[in-house]
Ligand binder design. Structure first.
Ligand code: CAO
Length: 415
């Protein structure tokens, strides 16, 4: 069976997380991804957070599946010549170096376009044009600058970053989408183009509901679905909403049986208006179905704290999976708080290929997250990440270098 991006060649000049997430996705869709790394060192993540001495870290292996690795010193004359040939033979260059680094290596847009007018040059940077455009940026900086941290956490606590890597992996996803759109446009324009995904902008895109709430707050000075309502005060900016539901259906994280000893014995419970009578029946408060104070969604907003306290009395009598089973019978939207340990062993995620076991020559077997996007005509097989420079000779030979020339490049430290 063919793959969606079969025949597309990616010059993967990415490192750390944001860029590699993007190129890994493209590889899973069938693109030939050639990862360029610095000789002797490689992507810094190979050596970061190591759990086995001398072995590529899980940080690296889990972001670089299905790729080939070539080592090139992009600051040597020989290395630049190899990169020129790669530019001529690839469709897309993806990079996430610090601002200006690619230009300093000599790979300006003008140079690349001259070599290959069909080339798509896709970049992740921390910020777009503006006062911070020259800054280096990591995940949590983007979460803070993109509006996520100021709106995450509890109202009386400090700003908080989330465990989901929305700055890095989130931006990688945005960039992948831009690349696919540019590849499509190229089919009729015949030209490449620059694609930029700034991390601040990507995080803000994922936080757009909070900019919605900012404007609602400015108009009405209150946000009825926020935990600050009705007792607390609202300031000028959207406050942190704790675990309140982001939409028009109030929800909360509630304790379940065993919460005293199990940090994840909790359930997310949504009091969707459509199933309010069922919620009342399940928790034994049938009177609330017609009681004026609770009968309408609008009235309930004034009483969310006592409502969730009463529902929690019920959830605390069940473990999270028992509660799920009962609530699902009534179509009440809810979800267990799953630990990473539980997710790693979840049979359905294994069966769908979202949690995959991979074998690695020096690490042995490990778990990874496979392709979360499922396509009926372009299946994904997750293969291990490459060792540093594993495909250098193979790629150079395909670029037309002879064995002697390759030996010369190696002797010069260019590859
Ligand atoms: N051969 C020779 N030199 C190489 C090379 C190669 N194969 N690959 C990289 N280099 C050089 C770069 O040219 C650069 O040199 P100069 O500083 O002389 O121009 C140098 O290595 C360091 O590159 P860098 O500044 O990108 O790397 P860093 O570790 O200092 O910073 C990061 C890392 C992520 C903060 C920065 O790359 C960045 O801000 N990237 C954009 C935003 C981004 O993607 N952030 C998310 C990262 S994931 O958390």
């Amino acid at each position: 069976m063919s793959k969606a991006l079969e025949g597309v060649r990616i010059l993967d000049f990415t490192h750390v997380q944001s860029g590699p997430t993007c190129t890994q996705l493209l590889a899973w869709f069938g693109a030939d991804v050639i990862k360029v790394e610095r000789p002797g060192e490689g992507d810094a993540t190979r050596g970061q957070l190591r759990d086995i001495p001398g072995v590529d870290s899980l940080y690296f292996t889990m972001l670089n599946h299905n790729k080939r690795s070539i080592t090139i010193d992009s600051k040597s004359a020989g290395g630049r010549e190899v990169l020129d040939r790669l530019i001529q033979s690839c469709d897309v260059m993806v990079e996430n170096f610090a601002p200006g680094a690619l230009d300093r290596m000599g790979f300006t847009w003008e140079h690349i376009e001259r070599l290959n007018p069909r080339m798509i040059v896709a970049s992740v940077k921390g910020f777009g044009a503006g006062p911070y455009e020259h800054c280096k940026v990591y995940e949590n900086v983007a979460q803070c600058a993109g509006g996520s941290a100021s709106t995450t956490g509890f109202g009386d606590g400090p700003p908080m970053v989330t465990g989901a890597q929305i700055g890095d992996s989130g931006t990688g996803l945005h960039l992948a989408l831009g690349i696919l759109a540019a590849l499509y446009q190229r089919t009729h324009s015949g030209r490449g183009q620059k694609v930029l995904a700034p991390m601040q902008d990507a995080v803000l895109n994922l936080c757009r509901v909070k900019l919605r709430d900012q404007q609602r707050l400015e108009r009405t000075h209150t946000l009825h679905e926020y935990p600050q309502y009705p007792d607390g005060r609202f300031g000028e900016a959207v406050p942190r909403a704790g675990n309140a539901s982001g939409g028009g259906q109030p929800g909360s994280i509630l304790r379940c049986k065993g919460w005293e000893t199990d940090a994840n014995a909790y359930i997310y419970f949504i009091t969707q208006a459509a199933v309010w009578p069922a919620v009342c029946k399940v928790i034994g408060e049938e009177g609330w179905i017609t009681d004026e104070a609770f009968a309408t969604a609008q009235a309930r907003l004034l009483h969310l704290k006592p409502i969730f306290a009463r529902i929690e009395q019920w959830t605390m009598s069940k473990d999270k999976f028992e509660a799920m089973e009962i609530l699902n019978q009534y179509d009440i939207p809810c979800g267990p708080i799953l630990s990473m340990k539980e997710i790693a062993n979840e049979p359905a995620l294994r069966a769908s290929g979202t949690v995959v076991e991979v074998d690695h020559p020096t690490r042995g077997k490990y778990l990874t997250v496979g392709n979360p996007i499922k396509m009926s005509d372009s299946p994904t097989e997750v293969t291990r990440s490459p060792l540093l420079g594993e495909h250098t000779d193979e790629v150079l030979t395909a670029l037309g270098y002879s064995a002697d020339e390759i030996a010369g490049l190696r002797a010069d430290g260019a590859v």
